[in-house]
Design a protein around this ligand. Structure first.
Ligand code: CP
Length: 301
């Protein structure tokens, strides 16, 4: 694999191969096995232009388990503050002979732009409102681990669909793997023609979307961007779209709850439900290390 830019560009066989390899890495981590060291002597550069806890830490953990050296470049303490462009920054890091560059950027398409100009492999760690491919891979991995399959599983993705790169990547990947994907959110947060573009059913109410779901995935409400313009208040949002124990009764008995994090407890997801046995939140985080190890290992450069 040359780059991982999005699920759109990833064929189904390659996605399945990554999930298989992630199984190996997940087992090795659980049993304390020594990592294969397949990236020994290589450099992985992390370039995060937006905040991150899970993605950044798990890429770093994965790279180190594989024996790579990791450079974490924080734009706020780099020469980006002096006006250096993204491309110049990346070219300078490439000159240090990096194996891969893991990029999170607020602009949709930023990883694709770098991939057109660099030889180093680029991994998209979230670009604007476009895609977050490794999040979708780790979500698919987690569902498959718990349910033993993805094909035929009904997944309801609920919340701010318009601004969610997680919703886009998950709709694409789960669809490719045969799941029945539904999305639900307030009308102001549902992009036009999302259903046709992504092959999913779209609902502007939570209840019909959750009916019979095997998995309910809550998305983060981005308070900083939404309240006042697209949402009256987080309290109103929570009243109509918050995932609660009571609402989970609409889903299949024993249905599972997911959230990519970070969680606004009590807004999009009831705090007690996030910590309940049916919540996969921390299993998703654990899967992130295994999946990202599989991705870093699969890169050509
Ligand atoms: N899910 C996710 O991308 O979390 P971070 O923003 O903490 O990386």
């Amino acid at each position: 694999m040359r780059h991982l830019l999005g699920i759109e560009e990833l064929d189904t066989d390659k996605a399945l191969a990554l999930l298989e390899r992630a199984e190996f890495h997940g087992k090795a981590a659980r049993t304390g096995e020594i990592s294969p060291g397949s990236l020994r002597g290589k450099i992985v550069v992390q370039l995060f232009f937006e905040a991150s806890t899970r993605t950044r830490a798990s890429f770093e953990a994965a790279a180190k388990r594989l024996g790579a050296d990791v450079i974490n470049l924080s734009p706020s303490s780099s020469s980006v503050t002096k006006g250096e462009t993204l491309l110049d920054t990346a070219r300078n890091l490439e000159a240090m002979k990096s194996h891969a560059m893991v990029l999170r950027h607020p602009t949709s398409g930023a990883p694709h732009f770098l991939a057109r100009h660099l030889r180093t492999s680029i991994v998209n760690a979230g670009d604007g409102t476009h895609e977050h491919p490794t999040q979708a891979l780790l979500d698919a991995f987690t569902i498959r681990q718990r349910l033993g399959r993805i094909a035929g599983v009904r997944v309801a993705i609920c919340g701010d669909i318009s601004h969610s790169r997680v919703a886009r990547s998950n709709a694409l990947l789960l669809g490719k793997l045969g799941a029945e994907v539904r999305v639900a959110g307030p009308r102001t947060l549902l992009p036009p023609r999302f259903g046709e573009a992504f092959g999913v059913r779209v609902f502007d109410r939570l209840e019909p979307a959750m009916e019979g779901a095997d998995v309910v995935m809550a998305l983060r409400i981005q308070r900083e961007r939404l309240v006042g313009s697209l949402l009256p208040s987080t309290r109103d949002y929570s009243r109509s779209f918050g995932i609660t124990r009571a609402r989970m009764r609409l889903a299949k008995p024993g249905a599972l709850v997911m959230h990519p994090g970070p969680i606004n407890r009590g807004v999009e997801l009831e705090g007690a439900l996030a910590d309940a046995p049916e919540s996969l939140v921390l299993e998703q985080v654990e899967a992130g290390v295994a999946v990202r190890a599989a991705v870093l290992e699969a890169l050509e450069s």
